[in-house]
Ligand binder design. Sequence first.
Ligand code: GLP
Length: 242
Amino acid sequence: MRVVTARDYDQMSRKASYIVASRVILNPRCVLGLATGDTPKGLYRELVRLHQAGDVDFSGVTTFNLDEYVGLAPEHPNSYHRYMEEHFFRFVSIPPEQRHIPRGDAPDIAAECERYEEAVRRAGGVDLQILGLGRDGHIGFNEPDVKFEKGTHVVRLAPSTIEANARFFASAGEVPQSAISMGIKTIMSARRLLLLASGPEKAEAIRGAVLGAVTPDLPASVLQLHPNATVIVDDDAASLLF
Ligand code: GLP
């Protein structure tokens, strides 16, 4: 695991954007795994800037998002479909058929999980997977204690995750109780992983993920076993590392 430090959120976002942009420049038809949450917003902003400067062309890229809330249609203001549209897709020219996000409103959620896993496989797997980090160490929506060997599956959200994500909804009661998420097995199959963490509330999880034992109790710790994982942390998130 490679740990890259940044002085603050903006520098973390820029460093991450250079890594993602370099993948797309080297392989314009690459498969990117995308994440949501507050953390990657700055990365998307920087990638849009690089696109607008004419430095990176995303039109050949295929994308797979990590997760989506069960029960939310793509048009729902809190869906990850909407998030991606708002922060990235509407600015860059990735054809809609090359973008993939699990359908939280699918009539058969188990079948949707299988379909999604198969779509990732058919695309040849993910070249570079972007990850954020939950305060409890979750990646995607793989909560502590989810087995490492799972593919895309339905997850019951931990109370702390519901509470953390309530800020995006009118109230905690409106946060869906479950989500479809790529599993740890899906994530670990990506050829490169790029985890971003910013702010003091991530410091404990970063310490566990980077220095602690590899355990499903702290899902991000599994990155230690990946042959090509990079973690970019700002000084606040890195405060318990050195
Ligand atoms: C959600 C997402 C994760 C994300 C996490 C942290 O639970 N499913 O993919 O990493 O939130 O979010 P934030 O970046 O807002 O702290």
